[in-house]
Design a protein around this ligand. Structure first.
Ligand SMILES: *Cc1c(COP(=O)(O)O)cnc(C)c1O
Length: 548
């Protein structure tokens, strides 16, 4: 390319020092791209620093640092990109001090309040490999073997859920017309994808109508003669369903949340009634959602009963098993998920109970052709008949996260995952038993899986609490107390339990505050559980109660 006169003039005006600096920067940047075996390798030096940070981070027992959020925010107020490259040593030192130091120790055995926990050691070197090969799973031209590796891993999970025949799997596992599952960035995208498929299938092309995909929601409702469209599930549906209802144009108002029973499972009578009411009002039901492991309390809906209702009404049955799905690995506990194999689609998160790093969700389909309802093409790629994974997916470019899923299934195996699930449930039952024995606490529901909700009862309420005679005002005081307790515990940072709310029958419109424990970290022992409860008792002794 030749330079215009103006450009030449500008170029000549650049001082020689600037030109030298420019080439120095060029040399430095090119060094960043150097292959790792070169003498000058920055990579090796950074690797050492990163290894040191990681090691120290991973052995820290405390759940958190007790640094105020306000202080942390103040460290991140720079809105200008540096003009020149930053020296990597000082930058990584800065990362260590400013980010790593105040990150949450999600792998701490006494951090038992969220669905994020310790990871098996093989994922850390595997993450390096994934970045080294930098495949883009959107299409074959940027992810050759990985695309088939991903399909294989998804088929293994599909088989664990649906247990169809050898024949079925050999026919569909590597058939470009079939989609047994889709790898997504998480449960949210998986749920959205499932409902998108259900919507497009149920309002598809017919006679002169080209289908909702081409004509839109209004035209689809008009053509089929519906007054509106709804999605039905329990009131404990994850908020990703609100996002799905919003995106699909049916509005969050038409995400119908049916009440749950005292064990947080959807009330089947009420569900049946809601379905009947919707049909009577001429509302199209896109899907009925069953939850296998609510985010709130780990409860599992009666999936068999929901499957029956869906079948009777010829409606798509989706199971959100983002959290609880891996319970299918346990011969002892998988009966709790009975009926999941009747689902048209199932969401499972890899980054929760498959112990894989953040960024792995999955959706599985009973009908391997259902995902054709969302298929898209592009002229430069994603051609019809290709193996390009991006043509039947919400996401475009995405990393080779399949490597983790594949490795987890192979390296941990059925018995390994069974062990992890059984241990989590066993320790949760231990914690539930301890809570029931301790006068300081009240168990708020029998755990279905490995989530536990309970609360602290201040001393003056213990006697009336055991007699079930707490008034609304008492409950309000206890709720305020628990909220303060949880916040102080989080601030102290030694241990961690999260917080949620729970409706109780006589007090329906004013839910009570509950402590929420998630016992999934294999490193958590009975002693750790004791330590967390004792930490709460210790903190509670420092809280005073307003005299009413
Ligand atoms: C975590 C969770 C989700 C959302 O998954 P993300 O991976 O956070 O997007 C959906 N449903 C349930 C039941 C969950 O536990």
């Amino acid at each position: 390319m030749t330079l215009s006169k103006k450009e030449t003039r500008i170029k000549n005006k650049l001082s020689t020092t600037e030109q030298t600096l420019h080439s120095e920067i060029g040399d430095y940047i090119m060094q960043m791209f150097a292959s790792p075996n070169e003498e000058t390798s920055i990579e090796k030096q950074i690797d050492e620093m990163v290894n040191d940070f990681s090691e120290e981070f991973l052995i820290t027992k405390n759940a958190n640092t007790n640094v105020d959020i306000d202080l942390i925010i103040r460290k991140f107020y720079e809105s200008k990109i540096p003009t020149h490259p930053t020296d990597f040593e000082s930058y990584f030192q800065y990362l260590g001090d400013k980010v790593v130091a105040d990150s949450i120790h999600t792998s701490s055995p006494q951090f038992i309040g969220h669905m994020t926990s310790a990871l098996p050691s093989f994922v850390r070197p595997l993450a390096k490999l994934m970045t080294a090969i930098n495949q883009n799973a959107v299409k074959i031209e940027t992810a050759k073997a990985l695309s088939f590796c991903e399909r294989e891993a998804l088929a293994m999970m599909h088989r664990q859920i649906y247990s169809l025949s050898d024949n079925f799997y050999s026919q569909h596992i590597q058939n470009n017309q079939s989609t047994l599952g889709i790898l997504t960035s998480g449960g949210t995208t998986a749920n959205i994808t499932a409902l998108w498929c259900a919507r497009n299938k149920s309002l598809g092309a017919k006679n002169e109508f080209l289908g909702i995909e081409k004509e839109g929601l209004t035209a689809a409702l008009n053509f089929y003669g519906y007054k509106g469209a709804v999605i039905i599930g329990s009131e404990l549906m994850h908020f990703s369903f609100d996002k799905a209802a919003d995106l699909m144009g049916i509005s969050t108002k038409n995400l119908i949340r049916v009440q749950v029973d005292s064990n947080n499972r959807v009330d089947i009578q009420a569900l049946r009634q809601t379905v009947a009411d919707c049909r009577e009002q001429n509302l199209h039901i896109i899907a009925i959602v069953g939850i296998a492991g609510t985010t709130d309390s780990g409860s599992v809906d009666p999936l068999e009963d929901i499957a029956e209702i869906a079948q009777e009404n010829n409606v798509h049955f989706h199971v959100d098993a983002a959290w609880g799905g891996p319970v299918i690995f346990s011969r002892k506990h998988r009966h709790k998920l009975a009926g999941i194999e009747k689902a048209d689609s199932v969401t499972i998160d890899g980054h929760k109970q498959l112990y894989l790093p953040m960024g792995i969700g999955m959706i599985f389909f009973r009908d391997p052709y259902l995902a054709s309802s969302i298929e898209k093409q592009a002229s430069y790629t994603m051609r019809k008949g290709s193996f390009d994974l991006g043509k039947r997916a919400l996401e475009g470019s995405r990393p080779g996260m399949a490597l983790f899923l594949h490795a987890g299934l192979k390296l941990i195996g059925l018995r390994g995952y069974e062990f992890l699930i059984d241990e989590g449930i066993r320790k949760t039952q231990y914690m539930a038993a301890r809570i029931s024995m301790m006068p300081e606490f009240e168990l708020l529901a029998e755990p279905d899986t490995n989530l536990l909700i309970y609360r602290y009862i201040p001393e003056q309420f213990r006697e009336i609490a055991t007699k079930n005679k707490l008034t609304s005002i008492d409950n309000q005081i206890i709720s305020d107390f628990n909220e303060r307790l949880q916040k102080m515990q989080r601030q102290n940072g030694r241990t961690f339990i999260s917080r949620t709310t729970k409706n109780i029958d006589f007090y329906k419109n004013n839910p009570i505050v509950a402590m929420r424990a998630v016992i999934a970290n294999p490193l958590t022992t009975e002693e750790d559980i004791e330590a967390v409860l004792n930490d709460q008792i210790q903190i509670a002794s420092e809280i005073s109660i307003p005299i009413n």
